[in-house]
Design a protein around this ligand. Structure first.
Ligand code: 7TS
Length: 407
């Protein structure tokens, strides 16, 4: 599918912002939604809305079929063996917190190690800090190379026989680093540890095969992959999930409730307490259909070409610093000398260009980069080289606006 044809399927992109055609370069924060996803959610509410797994009436059956149908789409999308291994959550953050609480806090003890990296999003740091504090386990970091990558030698150095959990991002939301998950999983398993993959920036862009990666847990968010907000996925290997306690208790997740004790439903429902995110899951199912129609290989290739072009063009600007490795996913994080990234983003916005500025929920990484904040342009399947040309023109304007401070 041509990019132009893809872009036309995203109604929101067809608008002017501050008098300029919108250029949306903030898909790592949240992606835009194609008409088919909006329609799927709309149709659900117009025609099928009902609670799931409860009533025997027709709407209830339709809603349940659609909700469980979405789970099967997710299963196939990540090549999980069973739908029992696909738990719907509110997003990546909830998924990782569920693992850190249910698996981490219940299994860790003093002397155990949790291994992460300094490139993690706060969602893959704080739950582990909390689990470590609650259990007496130690949090350890795999060091980063100067280009923001990890080496397998350093992984081998850091992971020991005391390591019980290795938690790492598939793709860095700041550097664009793509981590070698399969190899890291192998090292974790050699030491008897489990691997938790933060797939928030992975699943939207890279074909994820949890069987091939042999990861124990994989977490991702629907809203970064053309789906609605408020829906995400926690994939876990069945034998692990079977032995984990739910973290939310209430309706939907129980088998029997007695006065003083209760039992849980089987997987995956024991982890889905309360009325689930029905419309969100259905929207995510439609997003998966859309992504598969475009083709995942095409998406990554397209984004990597955009990243290459962006780096080449941005480097023509005097005083720009680009962070992260050469080979990367589709995003570029940068700073213009002496201009605060919030100012950069504000000038770009006045030109109709949306980028994110700030610490990107990665303060330890900002510290490692020795900056307080950066600007970030992130790409998705609807972006074009022309969008990058507009970004470059906007940045030249930013320099002009703030005076000739770059020598
Ligand atoms: N992990 C990574 C690597 C992320 O990039 C994000 C969100 C999350 C976890 C959390 O996902 P959530 O859906 O639960 O919020 N990242 C970003 C970002 O880069 N800009 O805004 C949100």
């Amino acid at each position: 599918m041509e990019v132009k044809a893809i872009k036309e399927q995203f109604p929101i992109l067809n608008q002017e912002v501050n008098g300029h055609p919108l250029v949306y370069l903030d898909s790592s924060a949240t992606s835009q939604k194609p008409a088919s996803v909006i329609e799927a959610v709309n149709t659900y509410y117009r025609e099928d809305n009902s609670n799931v797994h409860r009533g025997v009436h027709t709407l209830g059956t339709r809603a349940t079929d659609k909700y469980e149908g979405a789970r099967e789409k997710v299963r196939k999308f990540i090549n999980a063996e069973r739908t029992a291994e696909v738990i719907f959550t509110r997003g990546t953050t909830t998924a990782i917190n569920t693992i850190a609480t249910s698996y981490g806090r219940n299994k860790l003890k003093a002397g155990d190690e949790i291994v992460i990296t300094p490139m993690e999003h706060h969602s893959n740091i704080i739950p582990w800090q909390q689990a470590a504090k609650a259990t007496g386990a130690t949090l350890k970091y795999i060091p980063l190379q100067s280009d923001g990558t990890v080496t397998l030698d350093d992984v081998r150095e850091t992971v020991t026989k005391n390591t019980k959990i290795v938690a790492i991002t598939h793709v860095s939301n700041v550097l664009g680093t793509i981590n070698p998950i399969k190899e890291i999983a192998k090292i974790a398993h050699q030491h008897g540890a489990v691997i938790v993959v933060d797939g928030a920036q992975g699943a939207p862009h890279i074909q994820v095969d949890v069987a091939e990666l042999d990861c124990d847990f994989y977490a991702f968010s629907g809203h970064k992959m053309c789906g609605p907000t408020g829906i995400g996925v926690l994939y876990g290997k069945r034998e692990l999930l079977e032995n984990m306690e739910p973290v939310e208790f209430g309706g939907e997740m129980i088998d029997f409730v007695n006065l003083y004790d209760s039992t849980w439903k089987e997987l995956p429902w024991k982890f889905e307490g309360g009325t689930p995110i029905i419309a969100g899951a259905i929207g995510l199912g439609a997003a998966i259909d859309f992504i598969l129609e475009v083709g995942q290989d095409n998406i990554l290739e397209h984004e990597q070409k955009l990243a290459d072009y962006a780096m080449e063009q941005l480097r023509t600007i005097d005083g720009i610093t680009i962070y992260g490795p050469e080979k990367r996913a589709g995003l570029v994080t940068f700073n213009l000398d002496d201009v605060h990234p919030h100012d950069t983003a504000t000038v770009l916005d006045s030109e109709g260009i949306a980028v994110r500025a700030g610490h990107h929920c990665a303060q330890p990484l900002m510290k490692w980069l020795d900056v307080t904040a950066t600007a970030r342009a992130s790409f998705y399947l609807y972006n074009t080289n022309e969008d990058i040309d507009r970004l470059v023109a906007g940045l030249l304007k930013t320099k002009e606006y703030f005076g000739n401070v770059f020598k």
